[in-house]
Design a protein around this ligand. Structure first.
Ligand code: LMR
Length: 320
């Protein structure tokens, strides 16, 4: 049986973590790409040498040329610059858009059949631009954000209620920015919606609101602590969950930044929504009912994403 090939485009902290996780899970053979000479080669060699200790069989290779990603089944894109304290994700738009143009061309040339997961910020606009620059089918290009944001929400809820994270589910809709929309009605502990848990006295509505706000600020909280860059363990774990669902045709329902084709009354844009991820890529976008307040928040988030897309078009007219 042919082994899967996973190309990691960008070999910084997230790229290295992705390579390690993909190796531990034996998802396939891994190519780390970066323009910085030596970095992908060094990380590939280092992780390979953990194989005998951890007991995994994966071949890891570092490359500085896009030809090295040829024939990849999955490409996970982290190339670009992370934010530092005091910056918003949106401040990265100009610099990372140029990087997406090069990455899109590289993927189009060498890995046109890949499932592409973008992590670069500002996420929703970057994945939209990457799809256009690469010309790959929309259902094969997605953004990683909802899994991360929901993971943060689940962590905070499990901590608050003193229960296992395994028994907490959460949905976060919308863009991966300050306007993201954590949904208490669709988030549960042992199947009980948070809105009911508040009625049952598990926590007050005000406390739940604080947890929701902490989720929205989750990326910035880590940037503030690290000071030199942004989160990498949880973003990498989130992207690997998406890659695994694709490679194993698991059909997981995961919140992803996906191209909408009329769902939620929207098209021609990427925004966070629940999706079924299987061998076909995004096989289905799940439309959930939103009440008036949730709709209003989602619209605000969508408008923020549209503003970023317009800014991208101002810089790169080919995106129009
Ligand atoms: C995150 O949410 O951790 C990432 O989007 C990185 C960032 O800048 O917050």
């Amino acid at each position: 049986m042919a082994r899967n090939k996973i190309a990691l485009i960008g070999s910084g902290m997230i790229g290295g973590t992705l390579a390690h996780l993909a190796s531990l899970k034996e998802l396939g053979d891994i190519v780390l790409f970066d323009i910085a000479e030596g970095t992908p080669q060094g990380k590939a060699l280092d992780i390979s040498q953990s194989g005998p200790v951890e007991g995994f069989d994966a071949s890891l290779k570092g490359v500085n040329d896009y030809a090295g990603i040829e024939g990849a089944d999955v490409c996970i894109v982290t190339a670009g610059v992370p934010r530092k304290p005091g910056m918003s994700r949106d401040d990265l738009l100009g610099i990372n858009l140029k990087v997406m143009e090069q990455v899109g061309a590289g993927i189009a040339k060498y890995a046109p059949n890949a499932f592409v997961i973008c992590i670069t910020n500002p996420l929703d606009a970057m994945v939209w631009a990457l799809q256009k620059f690469s010309g790959l089918p929309k259902e094969k290009v997605v953004g990683m954000a909802g899994v991360l944001d929901s993971g943060r929400f689940r962590t905070f809820l499990a901590e608050e209620f003193q229960v296992s994270v395994e028994d907490v589910t959460a949905f976060v809709l919308g863009g991966h920015g300050d306007t993201m929309v954590p949904l208490p009605r669709y988030s549960t502990v042992a199947g009980i919606p948070l809105t009911d848990l508040v009625k049952m006295g598990w926590c007050t509505a005000d406390r739940l609101e604080e947890i929701i706000q902490r989720t929205r600020d989750g990326g910035a909280e880590i940037v503030g602590l690290l000071k030199t860059g942004s989160a990498y363990y949880a973003p990498a774990a989130s992207a690997i969950e998406m890659a695994e669902s694709y490679l194993k045709d698991k059909k997981r329902v995961l919140p992803c930044a996906a191209a909408l084709k009329g769902e939620y009354g929207l098209s021609d844009l990427y925004v966070g929504v629940p999706c079924v991820i299987g061998a076909g890529g995004v096989e289905r976008v799940i439309e959930i009912d939103l009440d008036g307040g949730e709709k209003g928040q989602f619209e605000k988030s969508v408008n923020a994403v549209k503003g970023l897309m317009e800014a991208c078009q101002g810089i790169a007219p080919s995106l129009k």
